[in-house]
Write a protein that binds this ligand. Structure first.
Ligand SMILES: Cc1cc2nc3c(=O)[nH]c(=O)nc-3n(C[C@H](O)[C@H](O)[C@H](O)COP(=O)(O)OP(=O)(O)OC[C@H]3O[C@@H](n4cnc5c(N)ncnc54)[C@H](O)[C@@H]3O)c2cc1C
Length: 457
């Protein structure tokens, strides 16, 4: 029997595993992916470790304020305290393992960027860049400290025996061999959310949200969420997603995600539906727009219309120092049409010119929008791209999973994108996926160690 079974060999799971071993507790990590390093999003991430767009070592009070502001006060206050309290020592712990970060720019949230910096390139594993090196280092450290990792091990069931207080974890491999079970005193679930499960997206986010582009690995199918709900967990914020607007080509071609993101063009240009009618919205952030469109009837039916002026400003905007629509969308062969008049642009888009013209007129009449006036006119078909689901199970300040009425479920812990209550708010407040996975991974392991000490005392 192991002290702890960790479900998911990604960032949160490996941080918990390494910390458990440091605290003299035996951990088994079960990872769905068959290849070493697993199928986690951390290894293909942009590698910016930040908390609510602040630097991890910026100081507790500043970070606490940032968390509140970013989520418009909707973050669970207990988790806001935990994240603000642990940010500084979490980044130190990462550095102490030999994981390198280096500032990507002078912008504060880019201070701790995993090094060497990774360019945005779809689902490809790139061992030469910092995000993959972080995961490799965590795997190596975990094994060197005596931890066990089983690959091609997809967890399917969690059962607690109320008499012995132990958990039985059932898992299977992709080769069709019989299911296996393992028992442990505690379980840490770190399976990364449910963005890769179209059925769950449609159930929780919007009726057709499963049609959005997946801007992430295919592994996060919500197994953890479903198993924890079955074990009596409560959940929060399941209707919220983090993501960016991407080219329609992202549905079939990895070269079109994670970048270029078309958020700025979509926020400033005229977003039109499949028939050319204006999609009216008052959103101010890309994440909010993605959430809105993910809830729409026809998430794949939108195009953004803009003029040359916007193409040369918003189209070139480059806050993340990554690929941008102008020129990368065109260079990569993404959908993009141009015309000297709106009527001709309508023909290119296959919509009624009168409908498109009315859409642009309505757009131009809104005082908060940039008017579309300067030929040539352009359009690109877009789709909301979901990076990860923001909602998840309720946890307390010990990363202990809670029932709907907030009672801790003994021995059940969670970290990373399977946890709810951290991101959110009306504008899609995003507090940083890597930071949450690392910090709650540390907290979960330490809570388990503390409970173990108490039980042994
Ligand atoms: C393109 C992209 C760019 C990003 N850039 C950034 C960034 O710059 N900064 C930032 O803070 N965040 C970023 N993120 C988000 C960040 O990567 C995630 O929030 C973070 O990796 C979540 O950690 P996790 O441990 O919850 O999940 P993951 O790291 O994804 O790990 C989950 C693991 O669980 C495994 N798993 C799933 N189901 C099972 C099962 N049933 N049994 C066993 N194993 C299972 C998966 O295979 C996977 O290995 C980005 C994400 C993407 C996709």
């Amino acid at each position: 029997m192991f002290d702890t079974v960790v479900v998911g060999g990604g960032l949160g799971g490996l941080v918990a595993g390494v910390r458990l071993q440091e605290l003299d507790l035996s951990a088994l990590v079960l990872e769905k992916g068959a290849e070493d390093g697993g199928l986690n999003n951390a290894r293909i991430s942009g590698g910016l470790i930040h908390l609510a767009w602040g630097a991890m070592d910026e100081g507790r009070d500043i970070l606490r304020e940032r968390l509140e502001t970013e989520t418009d006060g909707e973050i669970d206050p207990v988790l806001a305290d935990v994240l603000a309290d642990n940010a500084g020592r979490a980044i130190e712990w990462i550095h102490d393992l030999g994981i390198a970060t280096q500032a990507k720019s002078d912008v504060i949230y880019q201070r701790h960027a995993l090094y060497p910096h990774r360019p945005g390139t779809g689902r490809r594993i790139r061992p030469e860049f910092g995000p993959d090196r972080m995961i490799t280092t965590l795997y190596r450290t975990f094994r060197e400290s005596g931890g066990t990792i089983e690959l091609d091990a997809s967890v399917t069931d969690l059962q607690r025996d109320a008499t012995t207080g132990t958990w039985t974890v059932t898992y299977r491999s992709g080769d069709g061999s019989p299911d296996k079970t393992v028992t442990a005193r505690s379980v840490v679930v770190a399976d990364g959310g449910f963005q890769a499960n179209a059925e769950l997206l449609s159930r929780y986010v919007g009726p057709n949200a499963g049609l959005c582009a997946l801007r992430a690995m295919t592994s996060a199918t919500g197994d953890g969420l479903q198993m924890m709900l079955a074990a009596g967990a409560g959940a929060t914020g399941l209707g919220r997603v983090y993501g960016h607007m991407v080219s329609i080509n992202a549905l079939v071609d990895d070269e079109f995600w994670p970048y270029p993101a078309l958020d700025k063009l979509c926020l400033q240009g005229a977003l039109v539906a499949r028939d050319g009618a204006l999609f009216e919205h008052v959103t101010s952030t890309g994440v909010e727009l993605v959430t809105l469109l993910a809830r729409a009837e026809d998430p794949r039916g939108y195009a953004v219309v803009f003029d040359d002026d916007l193409w040369n400003t918003a189209g070139r905007d480059n806050p993340y120092n990554t690929a941008v629509p102008n020129p990368d969308l065109v260079d990569r062969g993404g959908h993009f049409v141009s015309a000297d008049s709106l009527d001709d642009l309508a023909k290119e888009l296959g919509v009624d010119p009168a409908v498109l013209s009315a859409a642009v007129e309505a757009h131009n009449a809104q005082p908060t929008r940039r008017p579309i006036t300067q030929a040539p006119f352009h359009a690109a078909r877009v789709v909301p791209g979901i990076t990860f689901t923001m909602g998840g199970v309720l946890v307390d300040g010990d990363a202990n999973v809670l029932t709907p009425d907030r009672h801790p479920i003994p021995g059940l812990f969670a970290t990373g994108s399977t946890v709810g209550g951290v991101h959110g708010g009306p504008h899609g407040g995003y507090v940083g996926g890597l930071a949450v996975a690392i910090e709650l991974g540390l907290v979960a392991a330490e809570s388990i160690a503390q409970a173990d000490q108490k039980a042994g005392a």
